[in-house]
Ligand binder design. Structure first.
Ligand code: SAM
Length: 286
């Protein structure tokens, strides 16, 4: 009998992926086909074709992005910072191996260079080949793929970037340091004088400790810190948070304009995405 990849079980003839992220809650996805399953030097990488979410990228058994809703997360993590900057030219993406954030950043004519620093080349290759609903098979010449640890990369960068997008996996394994104060300090240094950064800061429902720590750390370094949210069905709890740190004031909602072709974000969402639910405001004392 053929051995199943890790994290995949067979039940009554069907294949299932069961995420084991939480002790008391398990999410299972019925799988049509295992498209890619391989161990990289950093993590176990799978592309699965699932019944309800279509193709999905799964790292160490945790779903990262899917054909069904990957656009929501990728548009929110890219267009919010790129719209808040008056004239973004140089962009750094850390992580983001599914290429969805780079694909969105490439929609800006002003952008001349997109450095994508992803630790795991296998993730990029798998997504470009087998997850084109998310990656768009990105081949824009402005995108420079650098297969390195983002933590080390930013140590050597000074006033280079207008916008930095930290599109990391959860704070475990190689992504753990992407949530540390020293890393944010280096991001501050890597940004130009009017630059801004954004990172995903986990679930307000299930990971408020990580969210609060991220907010406080960024707020201790940047003169302007804002949190925003979006609903991403794939992620635990649905509601997801992003934290933005800026060296200069952000535009007022009435001044925000948006004309890119997208599926989720639009001018209305950009104007109101910084409005937070009351429990978040209370807990963060905002
Ligand atoms: N959108 C997804 C989410 O929030 O779950 C995650 C996007 S992406 C797939 C995350 C990427 O970060 C992975 O491909 C992983 O290899 C990469 N990564 C993790 N640690 C990293 C590091 N230290 N430097 C660069 N990339 C890293």
């Amino acid at each position: 009998m053929q051995q199943l990849p890790p994290f995949i079980q067979k039940h009554e003839g069907d294949l299932w992926l069961t995420e084991n992220e939480r002790e008391n809650l398990k999410l299972s996805y019925r799988v049509k086909e295992i498209v890619v399953s391989a161990q990289s030097p950093y993590q176990h990488v799978m592309i699965l074709d699932s019944y309800d979410f279509g193709r999905m990228l799964v790292l160490d058994g945790v779903v990262q992005t899917t054909s069904l809703d990957g656009f929501i997360y990728n548009e929110m993590i890219s267009h919010v910072p790129l719209t808040m900057h008056p004239h973004p030219q140089t962009v750094l993406i850390i992580g983001g191996g599914d290429c969805g954030a780079a694909r969105e950043a490439a929609k800006y004519e002003s952008v001349q260079q997109i450095d994508m620093v992803e630790i795991d080349e296998m993730v990029v290759k798998a997504c470009k080949e087998h997850l084109q609903d998310v990656s768009g098979n990105l081949s824009d010449p402005r995108v420079r793929f650098l297969y390195q640890d983002g933590v080390e990369f930013v140590k050597g960068a000074e006033e280079v970037y207008d916008v930095i997008i930290v599109d990391s996996s959860d704070p475990i394994g190689p992504a753990k340091q992407l949530f540390e104060l020293d890393f944010y300090r280096n991001l501050y240094k890597a940004l130009k004088q009017d630059g801004l950064m954004v990172c995903q800061s986990q679930s307000p429902i299930f990971h408020f400790d990580v969210l609060e720590q991220t907010y406080r750390r960024i707020d201790s370094l940047f003169p302007v810190t804002r949190m925003y949210t979006a609903i991403v069905p794939t992620y635990p709890g649905g509601l997801w948070s992003f934290t933005l740190g800026s060296k200069r004031e952000l535009p007022q909602p009435d001044d925000v304009r948006f004309d890119k072709e997208t599926q989720y974000i639009n001018e209305d969402i950009l104007k109101r995405c910084f409005q937070l639910p009351q429990f978040m405001k209370t807990k963060l004392s905002l």
